[in-house]
Every structure is written in structure tokens, then in C-alpha cells.
Ligand binder design. Structure first.
Ligand SMILES: [Ca+2]
Length: 468
């Protein structure tokens, strides 16, 4: 039955016809055996579609060529993937590039800041070292002054280099030196003076003008420290009438002393005579609630005073610049803060009964007491003398005599009540300093560095150094 159908078509289905079948897929091929007859019959019955399909393909190819595209094929897909990869790579590189640029910028800024920081530090350090050098040149200054003393009528001025060290430093930093607003020296064009970038300078002060809270070696030293310290506290925050013992302030002064002394026994005071005596109780009782004990060793810094029982933040802020822990014995009245001077005067009045009037504590600065007036006048004298490169008081005796002359400038009722007991005052005061505090600064770009250094002028060694 198949033969008649196959044979007639056989001449019409030459080899080329089945060869065009493969593009339709392998499925057709698999069917070729089973439906060979049928397909042959249909192909055989439609020989015309073959050239038409050819024409259609040609037209499609021409059309694609005309529009500049190619028919999708394996090579075009590869090109698409490559493009995608390239775009992804560029995108990733762009992100990396941006990150790298940012990091580079941060690194450049950081290195620039570090450079400024080092430069500022070196400026501040140079100022300290220069000040120390000037302070150490006392011998040279003395030699020059002695040489020219004859020109000054044989009178040799007592110049302390420590007080003016920073004036020299500032002159080197700025390239200019002024005195009382008048330009003395201009070194701006000189090599080695002034700074091309940034600035520097310093301020010096005397530690010996402060109350040494570490002088607690024996009862006599303790008594001396107590008397001044108590007066200082009492004038700042005492609530009792002047002349009466303010128990809280007295206890605070005793606590400061007990913190630094080596024993663990409380120091007591006789309220009537205000004489210190060795107590009987232990010091640590009040500290139990704080979780620490009384140190029973010298203060390392004045900041430790904040740990002492009874010390408040408010009082600490008032007295922090009036205390020292360095090896000073007597208070240098040429540099002492006015509050310390006032405490000394009130402590050593010729007639203690005058304390009520002379040292009446002002309420928020509203009351102008005789001791305030005397201290203010003393400050004017100190400033004028300093401007003339001369120490305000050349000796402790000159300081005590200052109070005898107050009657010429103050009302008699003021001058009379602030007379002092010269003998007692001489035990407390001095006119030369030993420890100099130098606070220097250096700037470069946006950075400012500060160095606080304490120089012992006798050993010419720094005993304290702090960088901020
Ligand atoms: Ca103690």
C-alpha cells in the first residue's frame, strides 16, 4: 500500500527537499521515518512553498542588513554580555575611584592636620624652652646691670628675669617688642625672629605667690599653712562674722592638711586660741562613704584637693589658682594673687579686733571693705613697678612698710584698721620666687597647642610638664 504512494512522489521529491527539513528541528527528523509518506505527500503536493520560504528568508536578511542589524545569533549575544561586563566593570571602577579619591582627600587632610599639630607643638615648646633660657640667664642680666649701675647713680635695680621672660618670648614670636604700648624693637625683617606660619607666646607666673598645701612636715608648718588657708577659705565662702571661727571652713582647711600629712590621726584646733593640736580620732571616717581613704601623702597636683572631704566645686573654682603643691615656703608678695594678699593681711592685722571692720566679707562684691581698698592700691603699685622692669617690693620689710603709708592714699578710718603686725607678716612673706609656671601656646593652621611647665629656678629643671 505504501509503494504506490511513495513511488509516484519519489521522482518529485529529490534529495534537496528532505535536506531543507533540518532547520525545522530534530523533531521533524525523528518523525521522518514514521510520517515519511505523509510528509512526502504534502511536500510533494506543495513544491512551491520552498522557493517562497527562500525568498522570505532573503527578504528578511536584506531587511536586517538595510536597518543595520543582524539576526540574533550566538556571536551577538556574546557581544551583549561583553558590553554588560564592561559597563559593570566601569560602574565598579567608578565607585572604587570615588572611594579612593575620598580616602586620598581624607589622607591629605589628615596629614596636613598632623603637620599643623606638630608645628603648633614645636612652636609652643620653643616658647617654653626660650622662656626657660631667659630665666636661666640671671647671671648675664646681673652682670650687665652691675656694669651699667654707675650710669643709674650707683643704684642697682633688682630685676628678676622670671617676671619678664615671656615678654622676650613674645618679642621673638611676633618679631616686635613693646613697652607700655610703645614699640621698642621691630625685628620683623630679621632672620630668626617671628614666625612665617602660625604664632606662639607665653605667660609666666610665680608659684611662690600661692599657698603651699604640702607644707605639713610638723605642727608648726601645719599651723602656718592652716592660718593662711583658713583665711582664704573663710573669705571666699565663710558664713560666720569676721573674727568668729567658721567651723566648716576651719574643718576643710584641717582636712586638706590631714590629706597630705603622713599620719592617720585627725588634726584638731582649739577654737579659742586657734592653735592646732594633735587630735585623737582617725582621719578616714569621713571618707568611708566615698569609697576611698585620706591619702596620707603629699598632693601630686592641686586637682587632688577636690577629693578632700568638704571641698565643693564652687570653692575649688575660686581657690584653684591660689594653691600650689610645689616646694615653696614663704609667699612671694610680688606675684601673689590679691585674694592671698588679703588673706595674709586679715591674718596678720596689728589689732585682731579690727578684723570685723577691716575684713568684712563682701556680699557678691557689693561691699568695699578696707582690705579690698588696700589690696587694690597695692595692685596698682605692683603693676606700675612691673611696667618699669622693677620688682614691686625689693624686700619683705619694704612690703610691710607699704601698710604704714596707706594713710596718704586711703581715708584714715580705712588705713588705721589695716595696719599689720610686721613681725608676724615677715614670717609669711618673701619677695623672690623659686618655682615659675610657664604657660605657652603655639598655633599652626587650625591647631593650637598649649604647654604648662613649672621650672625650678634653683635647679633649672622642669618639675611639671603638661601638653594640651
Ligand atoms: Ca593624714
Amino acid at each position: 500500500m505504501t509503494h504506490p504512494t511513495v513511488h509516484p512522489t519519489a521522482p518529485h521529491t529529490p534529495a534537496p527537499t528532505p535536506q531543507r527539513q533540518p532547520p525545522t528541528g530534530p523533531a521533524n527528523g525523528s518523525r521522518s521515518g514514521a510520517h515519511a509518506g505523509a510528509s512526502s505527500a504534502s511536500d510533494g503536493g506543495a513544491t512551491t512553498p520552498s522557493p517562497r520560504l527562500e525568498a522570505l528568508r532573503d527578504a528578511l536578511a536584506a531587511g536586517q542588513r538595510a536597518v543595520g542589524t543582524t539576526s540574533p545569533g550566538p556571536s551577538d549575544r556574546q557581544r551583549g554580555v561583553a558590553l554588560l561586563l564592561a559597563m559593570t566593570t566601569i560602574a565598579i571602577l567608578s565607585v572604587f575611584s570615588l572611594e579612593f579619591t575620598y580616602q586620598s582627600r581624607v589622607a591629605v587632610r589628615t596629614s596636613s592636620y598632623v603637620e599643623s599639630e606638630i608645628e603648633a607643638y614645636l612652636h609652643a615648646r620653643a616658647a617654653v624652652e626660650l622662656a626657660a633660657m631667659v630665666i636661666g640667664s640671671t647671671d648675664i642680666v646681673d652682670a650687665i646691670i652691675s656694669k651699667y649701675a654707675s650710669m643709674l647713680g650707683g643704684r642697682k635695680p633688682n630685676i628678676t628675669t622670671a617676671a619678664y621672660a615671656c615678654d622676650f618670648v613674645n618679642a621673638f614670636c611676633k618679631g616686635k617688642m613693646t613697652l607700655m604700648g610703645i614699640e621698642l624693637v621691630n625685628l620683623e625683617d630679621s632672620e630668626g625672629a617671628g614666625l612665617e606660619r602660625g604664632s606662639c607666646g607665653c605667660k609666666s607666673s610665680d608659684e611662690d605667690g600661692r599657698v603651699n598645701i604640702n607644707r605639713v612636715g610638723n605642727l608648726r608648718e601645719k599651723q602656718s599653712v592652716f592660718d593662711t588657708l583658713y583665711k582664704l577659705f573663710e573669705r571666699h565662702e565663710g558664713v560666720s562674722q569676721p573674727g568668729e571661727l567658721d567651723k566648716d571652713m576651719a574643718q576643710l582647711a584641717l582636712n586638706v592638711i590631714d590629706w597630705a600629712d603622713e599620719d592617720n590621726t585627725r588634726t584638731d584646733i582649739d577654737p579659742a586660741t586657734r592653735k592646732l593640736q594633735r587630735g585623737t580620732g582617725a582621719e578616714g571616717v569621713a571618707y568611708a562613704k566615698n569609697g576611698y581613704k585620706s591619702k596620707d601623702a603629699r598632693f601630686d597636683t592641686t586637682a587632688e584637693v577636690r577629693l578632700v572631704e568638704g571641698m565643693t566645686d564652687a570653692l575649688w573654682c575660686k581657690v584653684r589658682g591660689q594653691l600650689t603643691v610645689y616646694n615653696t615656703n614663704k609667699i612671694n608678695v610680688n606675684t601673689a594673687p590679691l585674694d592671698v594678699i588679703k588673706a595674709l593681711v586679715c591674718k596678720n592685722l596689728a589689732n585682731p579686733a579690727h578684723e570685723l571692720i577691716a575684713c568684712q566679707r563682701s556680699f557678691q562684691g557689693q561691699v568695699w571693705t578696707p582690705v579690698d581698698a588696700a589690696a587694690q592700691y597695692l595692685e596698682v603699685c605692683r603693676t606700675l613697678k612691673k611696667l618699669m622692669f622693677s620688682p614691686p617690693f625689693s624686700s619683705p620689710v619694704k612690703f610691710t612698710r607699704f601698710f604704714d603709708k596707706l594713710g596718704t592714699v586711703l581715708p584714715a578710718e580705712y588705713a588705721n584698721v589695716v595696719r599689720i603686725n610686721r613681725g608676724r607678716m615677715l614670717q609669711d612673706v618673701n619677695t623672690r620666687g623659686q618655682i615659675v609656671r610657664i604657660v605657652s601656646y603655639g598655633t599652626a593652621g587650625p591647631v593650637t597647642k598649649t604647654i604648662t611647665a613649672l621650672l625650678d629656678t634653683t635647679t633649672r629643671q622642669f618639675v611639671y610638664w603638661r601638653e594640651d
